[in-house]
Design a protein around this ligand. Structure first.
Ligand SMILES: [Fe+2]
Ligand SMILES: [Fe+2]
Length: 188
């Protein structure tokens, strides 16, 4: 198991996840530009992008930030500046979730024949492309690293351990929910 030898752990895994989110956002940005110049909506792409944001960016990544890092920071006597940033980050996660929900709803309407919903899908994609890089920059450059100083080596090791445990159970939760939903759908 990886231990917190350096001072940046457990900010390390969260920052590594940011790099993959950025790569996906770059792909979404390209598709957004194509859609804006008249390309047909690629329903499969939207579904895959929405699944990435739901499962990886929100449940896996924001999940560890909120349920573990922010929870532990809330127990510490953090500075006013860090407390304000943490509140902004929580509000931003909510905004990201709302935009994602709007995207899924608009895509569903488009798929059911409402071709005007393409504009709404496009606006949601643009909003996500605009949102994620700024949110990530705030965490990478102004929050994660200074916040590591609030924790002892033991606390950082414990947090990393909890991160791994969180990741380990996530895929099982995701597919359990999927099977339950399918059971419900097929019963109806
Ligand atoms: Fe975040
Ligand atoms: Fe993040």
């Amino acid at each position: 198991m990886q231990k917190s030898q350096g001072s940046i752990m457990p900010a390390g895994p969260l920052m590594k996840e940011h790099r993959l989110i950025e790569r996906m956002i770059a792909v979404i940005k390209k598709e957004t530009e194509n859609l804006a110049s008249g390309k047909e909506l690629d329903v499969l792409f939207i579904k895959e992008a929405a699944d990435f944001i739901t499962t990886y960016a929100d449940q896996c990544h924001h999940g560890k930030e909120e349920d573990i890092l922010f929870r532990e920071l809330a127990k510490k006597n953090i500075s006013k500046e860090h407390s304000e940033i943490m509140n902004q980050l929580i509000a931003e996660h909510k905004y990201g979730r709302k935009t994602l929900k709007d995207l899924i709803t608009a895509e569903d309407r488009y798929e059911k024949g409402d071709k005007k919903a393409k504009e709404e899908v496009l606006n949601c994609l643009k909003a996500l492309v605009n949102f994620y890089p700024k949110h990530i920059e705030k965490e990478d450059k102004h929050f994660f690293l200074p916040c590591m100083d609030y924790f002892s080596s033991k606390e950082k090791d414990d947090m990393l351990e909890e991160f791994w445990e969180f990741d380990k159970t996530l895929i099982h939760k995701k597919y359990k929910i999927m099977v339950e939903q399918m059971e419900m759908l097929k019963k109806a």
